[in-house]
Structure formats: structure tokens, C-alpha cells
Design a protein around this ligand. Structure first.
Ligand SMILES: Cc1ncc(COP(=O)(O)O)c(C=O)c1O
Length: 355
């Protein structure tokens, strides 16, 4: 039985060479390679600059701090996302206002953001879910600072604009299985140099002009950044391969059994995840879990796309779209090292185990 892993970092001779060079240089902590990676990411997205940090979660926290968000403020974020955005809001002492998603795109529903906004709303965290940009045009029209969370989406477009290039600040994650990885790592990017300077002052405490209790040691290392630079050079190829594999899934999965990812007009998808929803049956949690484990027994590793929506952790009512998606969405294997044949095989198993 061949194992088809859900996700896998694409690491090869380029990364090995880059890391070896850093080791030979003797400069392994934050140095010139981190600066090179920051310039490369900013150029890729089309922004003035970036500040590399130790994770995406830290990037979110420092982005909020740079905007001056704190006690008495609130920040809007979706319920259907991992815990990182919520944790970042807690760290800065603000209140998280959860809103529901659009069940078709899995992204924030702008109408619900409009309703949730108060006079104390200082920012909206906008995760672009699974590779699809959120409706930035509608969100931007509300005139609240947007923090674009590009942990799951790079290289996609919204109305002709690169994802990550629209918000006041943008954050990335370079966790091992992301579109571009460094093992762990993150970045805050912006066109606003004053905001970036604040992030720089928070990511390290050494040689600061005064003591700052909010500062920490949140640096990325040159060893990690070397992997990042090598990955950035291949990102175009990685995204092309993901797009090819997504097309194979689209050809192989019957629409009467699976709802395929929707790409609204004016947007493109970078297929960090290929998330489908089951059209019928398996609506009970037990049946759903059982289906996932039957797939796993056949070597096909699928996942719930979000482990647990935030409103469930917090026991909050009235998130019908998040609940509906949570009950029926499955993330299928997709990563650059997967073959088209493996994707066709995965599609076959997915259908067989539904019967
Ligand atoms: C949307 C989103 N934001 C933020 C993060 C946090 O990134 P990290 O794991 O690098 O802290 C993740 C993590 O997977 C994520 O999916």
C-alpha cells in the first residue's frame, strides 16, 4: 500500500546547499541572509519591506502591537481558523470579536464584519484560507486597518492585486508544511516603514535605548532564512505544481459527491489546501471520523481543514456557516512532491470509501 501523506515540505539540493553555505560562514543567527530573505519576500508580494520573526503567531502579535492595539480595543477575526489569530489578540490584551465565514469560500464574510464592528474595533485579521484570497475589496471599503494573514496563501490574486499587498500589514508563516517553509518562522510586511520599525524594536531586546516589556527574542536565524531564500526561488514552480494537481482532483472527483473549491471571479487560488465538502451523508461526527480513518487505513491521509473552530473552543453560539463547513469539509493531500497518478488514486479511494 502506498502512503499518500496529507502534506510534506519540498526540500532538496537547493536548501541543502544554502544551509551548508551558512554553516561554513560561521554566522548562523540573524544576519545578512535574514535581510536577504526579508527583501525577497517584500519584492515577491510587492511591498516596501519585511521583518522576519520566529513564527506566524509571533508575526500576528507584533503586527497588532505595531498598530498600537491593546487593552480596551477589539479585533475582528473569523471563527473558522486555527487558534493563532485569537492567541495573538489575547497576548496584546485586546478583545477578539469572532465573526462567521462565507461557507462557499471559507473566508471572512464582509457583511458580518460590518455588523460586528464597533467604535473600539482597531483591526481586522484577514486569514486567506486554504490558498484563496478573502474579499479584500469589500473588507477594504470599511476603512478599518486590515492585517492580511498570508500563512496559507501566497502568489494568489484578488482583483488584479497580489494577496498580501493590500492590508496595512501582512503576516506570513513559514512552518514546515506551508507553501514556503523554513521549519518554523514568520514575517511581518508592510509599505509603512514606521510600522516595520516598531516591529523591529519588538523582535529583539538587545541594545535597546530603553527597556520595553513588550519586546522579546523573536528572531529568525540565517540558517532558517537560507532555506527560505532557496524556497522563494522555487515558489513559482511549487505553485504551478499545486495548480496542476488541483486540476487533476477537479477532473477526478464527481461534483454530485464532492463540492469542489470555488474560485470567485477576479480571484485566483494557490491551493495550499484542496478542501472539498461531502455532498451527502456522513453528517454526524462519528460517521465523519470513521470515513477519515477508513481513508487512512488505505494509506490516504486526509484532515479536517481546521482542527476546531474558535467559537467551539469558546462555547459561543450562532456561527452556522462555520458549523456547516466544520461538519463536512475535508482537506485532501496536495503538495509539490505528489504525483498526478497519486492524486487520481486518492480520488478513487475517496469515492470508494463513500459507498
Ligand atoms: C491562518 C494562520 N495564521 C497563523 C498561523 C500561525 O503560524 P505559525 O504556526 O507559524 O505560528 C497559522 C498556522 O498554521 C495559520 O494557518
Amino acid at each position: 500500500m502506498t502512503l499518500i501523506p496529507h502534506s510534506k515540505p519540498s526540500l532538496g539540493p537547493e536548501e541543502l546547499r544554502a544551509v551548508t553555505e551558512v554553516i561554513r560562514s560561521g554566522q548562523i543567527t540573524a544576519g545578512p541572509v535574514v535581510a536577504q530573505f526579508e527583501r525577497g519576500m517584500a519584492a515577491y508580494i510587492g511591498l516596501h519591506g519585511g521583518v522576519a520573526v520566529s513564527s506566524g503567531t509571533v508575526a500576528l502579535e507584533l503586527a497588532l502591537r505595531a498598530l498600537g492595539v491593546g487593552h480596551g480595543d477589539n479585533v475582528i477575526l473569523p471563527s473558522y481558523v486555527c487558534s493563532a489569530p485569537w492567541l495573538a489578540v489575547q497576548r496584546v490584551g485586546a478583545q477578539a470579536r469572532l465573526v462567521d465565514i462565507n461557507p462557499t469560500t471559507y473566508n471572512l464574510d464582509p457583511n458580518k464584519v460590518r455588523k460586528a464592528r464597533t467604535s473600539r474595533t482597531r483591526a481586522v485579521i484577514v486569514p486567506h484560507m486554504f490558498g484563496l484570497p478573502a474579499d479584500l475589496t469589500s473588507l477594504q471599503s470599511m476603512d478599518i486597518p486590515l492585517i492580511e494573514d498570508c500563512a496559507q496563501t501566497l502568489g494568489a490574486m484578488e482583483q488584479g492585486r497580489a494577496v498580501g499587498s493590500v492590508g496595512t500589514l501582512t503576516v506570513c508563516s513559514f512552518y514546515a508544511t506551508k507553501l514556503l517553509c523554513t521549519g518554523e518562522g514568520g514575517m511581518v510586511l508592510s509599505n509603512d516603514e514606521a510600522l516595520l520599525e516598531r516591529v523591529r524594536a519588538l523582535r529583539e531586546y538587545d541594545q535597546a535605548p530603553s527597556l520595553n516589556a513588550a519586546a522579546g527574542n523573536c528572531k529568525l536565524t540565517d540558517l532558517q532564512a537560507a532555506i527560505g531564500v532557496a524556497q522563494l526561488n522555487q515558489l513559482g514552480e511549487f505553485l504551478d505544481k499545486r495548480s496542476t494537481l488541483a486540476a487533476v482532483y477537479r477532473d477526478s472527483l464527481p461534483p454530485e459527491l464532492f463540492t469542489l473549491p470555488v474560485v470567485p471571479a477576479g480571484r485566483t487560488h494557490s491551493y495550499y489546501r484542496f478542501v472539498v465538502r461531502l455532498m451527502k451523508g456522513l453528517q454526524s461526527t462519528d460517521e465523519f471520523t470513521d470515513y477519515l480513518s477508513r481513508l487512512a487505513h488505505r494509506g490516504l491521509q486526509c484532515r479536517k481543514p481546521v482542527f476546531r473552530p474558535l467559537h467551539r473552543y469558546l462555547d459561543l453560539p450562532d456561527f452556522p456557516a462555520s458549523d456547516e463547513v466544520d461538519a463536512s469539509a475535508i482537506s485532501l493531500p496536495i503538495h509539490p512532491s505528489l504525483t498526478e497518478e497519486a492524486v487520481r488514486h486518492a480520488a478513487h479511494i475517496l469515492q470508494e470509501e463513500l459507498r
